[in-house]
Design a binder for this molecule. Structure first.
Ligand code: FES
Ligand SMILES: [Fe+2]
Length: 325
């Protein structure tokens, strides 16, 4: 499965204290925890002894090193998954076959990322993360009863603003979507020349404005939006969408904000994003089928150029999780 070789976000870095913390990715249960150096670690959430969830266990010190202890018979697993203690047979040296199944993990953009199988695709880029002029903030997670593909497509969609976000990101009276350009990139595509009339483009906007939009698909289930409101000189919003495909029809969503708004409180910035996304969520959860239909069955118009490019991208890359091919 191609998706298993890609990096996916599974948890907020701040939610992973010592652990263990349960997570889910691609219909696969995971346990996350931190080793002595604070590095995130992840295993399949299943003890090799009797299949118990390791996330119900605890992180303990074993011979001077943090290890994960199973809640059932107390077997302990080192940070690489190796079984280092069978509590009932303390003098027995466990063989390699007794190891927990470890996966690669790293942290970026305020999130913990995992890939289930080795691959050569890098983590989705979010260049705004290192821009010192921008303030960063994580919003979410939102658990949404639909496929990751439906959520990405909604994020790339301009022509719903006047209806779903009337009075905020659009107006019913101005539903036209001006033409825009879509060009392929190594990780997906970029949509440029997008424009939308927005009564309330961001928390600080005080009047309606045309807003220039740029969308970039940075991975199968990640995208970056840059918004430049013409009425607010120097103002810039960069929003990263990071979706975890929990199951084929269930997803967890984070937004990474990188904005020039240094005045609003964290709560106020999150509240704005919450208002917008909870307008999208019921529409997203109503869409049938929940899996993105790649093989036809839906019709398109010229405003859907990004959606069409996204579906082509998934088909070309062989990504089928949460899709009907
Ligand atoms: S099931 Fe985990 S130690 Fe027995
Ligand atoms: Fe929306």
């Amino acid at each position: 499965m191609v998706e298993a070789t890609l990096w996916h976000p599974v948890a907020d870095s701040s939610a992973l204290t010592d652990g263990p913390l349960a997570a889910r990715l691609l219909a696969h249960d995971l346990v996350l925890w931190r080793d002595d150096t604070g590095c995130a670690r992840t295993f399949t959430d299943r003890c090799p002894h009797r299949g118990t969830r390791l996330s119900l266990g605890r992180v303990v010190q074993h011979e001077g090193r943090a290890s994960l202890e199973c809640p059932y018979h107390g077997w302990r697993f080192a940070d690489d998954g190796a079984c280092v203690l069978i509590a009932s047979q303390p003098s027995f040296t466990p063989p390699a076959s007794h190891a927990a199944c470890a996966h690669e993990v790293q942290e970026a953009h305020g999130l913990v990322w995992v890939r289930l199988q080795p691959g050569d695709t890098p983590l989705p880029a979010f260049e705004a993360e290192t821009d010192p002029q921008l303030r960063k903030l994580l919003c979410g997670p939102y658990d949404v009863a639909t496929s990751a593909g439906r959520i990405v497509e909604n994020f790339l969609d301009l022509s719903h603003f006047g209806f779903v976000h009337d009075g905020w990101l659009g107006e019913r009276a101005q539903p036209q979507t001006p033409a825009y350009t879509v060009q392929p990139t190594p990780t997906g595509f970029v949509a440029t020349g997008c424009r939308a009339w927005q009564p309330q483009s961001n928390r600080l906007s005080t009047e309606g404005s045309w807003v220039d939009y740029r969308y970039e698909l940075t991975a199968a289930f990640s995208a970056v939006l840059t918004k430049l409101p013409q009425a607010q000189d120097g103002y810039r919003d960069v929003i990263g969408l990071f979706v975890c495909p929990l199951d084929e029809e269930r997803s967890r969503v984070w937004f990474r904000l990188a904005v020039t708004d240094h005045d609003s409180s964290d709560d106020a910035l999150r509240a704005f994003q919450h208002t917008i996304f909870t307008q999208d969520q019921p529409v997203l959860e109503s869409q049938q089928p929940r899996r993105l239909p790649l093989a036809g069955g839906e019709v398109h118009c010229a405003a859907d150029r990004s959606s069409a490019a996204y579906r082509r991208f998934l088909i070309e890359r062989g990504i089928r999780f949460g899709a009907i091919a």
